[in-house]
Design a protein around this ligand. Structure first.
Ligand code: GAL
Length: 427
């Protein structure tokens, strides 16, 4: 179901931030001024606004912020750049690193510990245990979560849907039926960007819809060959490939936010994408539930595919830079940042104790669904966004998914067999 009609003033952001900055200015003089260099890939309109919230807060503490933004949705390019910086012995002090990759970097001995900050700020009590666990390596905090993104969302343009006489679909059958009417009304049914990570985002959502949470876990988290080669997987691959017929010819290589803009401007009716897309609707000044619609991706309303953005900290040597790094980590979990950043980013706060009244209807639904899914077993980690498997395994799955999606002669059965072989080769 579309979210109920509700709009929130975008003006809230600068006002809240202004207050926070004013409040921290006094403290800054006493602090030891250092520098933090922060690697991220938040370069779209909504994302850049969100990132600037952290920059403002860090600078208000008297520290220098060195922005290390590497464009490219999903962060693949950013991770390549990070590896080369780390190999030359010069990593940034903080980097957006997620899920199992935090363990990989921790295992290399390159991450600094945040236990002191975590203890003073009582992170253990603030973070859901599932989230806290991802942030620790070897029992020590080495990263701090900025948010929780939900991946299994469907976004819609209400005017386009109304012109076609259809509603937000609740199943893939409904989606395919609606698509015919949308095409007939002269619009693209589904906005998409043909990049491996976007294809994988779509794929994992279809797997969740076709197989449910347990199947998703077996196939895309545990890489169980039986699940990967099953009829359910073949069905999911078939449905996934059919979605291609709902897209336009300009799809290959398109950035995700350009696809979102197609929905914003009424060129396309819908997009299946994580809620960073909401950041784009917000940045365009549109109100949730009125000027754009959100709903769980068809067939997945009891599940929540999570994608937690986090900043991992690399070891630094200068005392002032260490102070800056610790201030950065502290600020990230403070209510001001959690609220202001996530209003712009489209995600929900990583801590569950915050008042959600400033958030729009989609974010409020996301928070409620996150908690419900945590209670009923519906929480699943996103494979496409680095939460489920190691980076090398993720890369192998991306290749198969994208090749299959774009090939005219690979069958669903062949693709499933490739998935099975990839799983057997990597574990
Ligand atoms: C995700 C990331 C989000 C958003 C998105 C598009 O992997 O977690 O924060 O940036 O990619 O780039």
């Amino acid at each position: 179901m579309p979210a109920s009609v509700e709009s929130r003033p975008v003006m809230l952001r600068p006002t809240l931030l202004g207050l926070a900055v004013a409040a921290t200015l006094g403290a800054s003089a006493a602090a030891q001024a250092g520098e933090v260099e922060v690697l991220h890939w938040w370069t779209s309109g909504g994302e850049a606004q969100a990132a600037s919230v952290l920059r403002d807060l860090v600078e208000a503490e008297g520290h220098a912020w060195q922005d290390f933004a590497v464009a490219g949705g999903g962060g693949e390019t950013a991770m390549t750049v990070l590896k080369s910086r780390a190999m030359s012995g010069n990593p940034p002090s903080a980097a957006q690193i997620k899920g199992p990759e935090i363990q990989e970097w921790g295992g290399l001995g390159l991450l600094g510990e945040l236990d002191e900050v975590a203890e003073t700020e009582a992170w253990d009590g603030l973070l859901p245990p599932r989230v806290a666990e991802i942030m620790r390596h070897d029992g020590h905090y080495v990263a701090v979560p900025v948010n929780v993104h939900r991946v299994n969302w469907l976004w819609g343009n209400p005017e386009v849907l109304a012109a076609a006489g259809v509603e937000m679909p609740e199943s893939f059958d409904e989606l395919f039926a609606a698509a015919e009417a949308i095409r007939a009304a002269g619009h693209v049914p589904l906005a998409h960007g043909g990049q491996p990570w976007q294809d994988a985002t779509l794929f994992e959502t279809v797997v969740l819809a076709e197989g449910g949470e347990d199947f998703y876990r077996r196939a895309l988290v545990e890489l169980d060959p039986e699940a990967l080669g099953s009829d359910t997987m073949i069905q999911a691959l078939t449905t996934f490939k059919r979605l291609r017929e709902l897209m336009d010819e300009g799809m290959p290589g398109r950035d995700w936010n350009v696809a979102t803009a197609m929905v914003i401007h009424g060129v396309a009716a819908m997009q299946l994408m994580g809620d960073w897309a909401k950041g784009e609707f917000t940045a365009a000044g549109l109100s949730a539930g009125e000027e754009y619609l959100c709903a769980p991706a068809p067939g997945t309303d009891s599940a929540f595919t999570f994608n937690i953005d986090s900043l991992a900290m690399f070891r630094v040597t200068e005392a002032a830079d260490l102070a800056a790094q610790h201030d950065l980590a502290r600020l990230v979990l403070e209510p001001t940042f959690q609220e202001t950043f996530n209003l712009a980013k489209g995600s929900i706060p990583a801590r569950t104790d915050l008042d959600m009244s400033a958030f729009d209807a989609c974010a409020q639904a996301s928070m409620a669904d996150f908690q419900a899914a945590a209670d009923n077993g519906g929480l699943v980690p996103s494979m496409a966004h680095g939460m489920a498997v190691r980076a090398d395994v993720q890369g192998a799955l991306f290749d198969i998914v994208t090749n299959y999606f774009n090939s005219s002669d690979m069958s669903a059965e062949q693709a499933a067999q490739r998935l099975v072989r990839a799983a057997q080769a990597t574990y």
